[in-house]
Design a protein around this ligand. Structure first.
Ligand SMILES: [Zn+2]
Length: 142
């Protein structure tokens, strides 16, 4: 019986603490590995031709002329998207006098560290509180 409990604890630890840290990287690697046109490790932004039917890196690098599929409050320059870009440029000034480098550093800080860190923290808190509430409902039994 003790072995089953130990296995359950290890599965819990894997699910709560390890899986959220490993899964995004595995998915990223899987997606990039199945796309032969995309280099896994890049030293610069990819150059790609413009296409009429969908966005490409050309839209990212030079501006998008496609009709947005999401509402303007999410995609418009005056709202969430534009505000986010302006915020990243503003934050980037704290890292580098070079506008592009500062923006890149801010982008990495916010979207690769702070936001995922917040989501990871909330994920862990959720599961720990769920376990604590279940223990309380069971009369303190664990
Ligand atoms: Zn586009």
């Amino acid at each position: 019986m003790r072995g089953a409990r130990g296995s359950a604890v290890w599965l819990w630890v894997l699910w709560i603490y390890v899986a959220p840290l490993c899964a995004p990287w595995l998915i990223l690697y899987g997606v990039n590995a199945t796309s032969p046109s995309v280099e896994l490790v890049r030293g610069a932004l990819p150059r790609e031709g413009r296409r009429e039917d969908r966005c490409t890196w050309a839209c990212h690098n030079h501006g998008c002329s496609h009709r947005p599929r999401l509402p303007a409050v999410l995609t418009g320059d005056a709202y969430l998207f534009g505000g986010t870009i302006r915020g990243l440029f503003a934050l980037g000034r704290a890292f580098s006098p070079d506008r592009a480098r500062g923006y890149g550093a801010a982008n990495l800080l916010v979207f690769c560290l702070l936001w995922p860190g917040l989501m990871y923290g909330l994920w862990v808190v959720f599961w720990r509180q769920r376990r604590a509430l279940r223990a309380l409902r069971a009369g303190g039994r664990r």
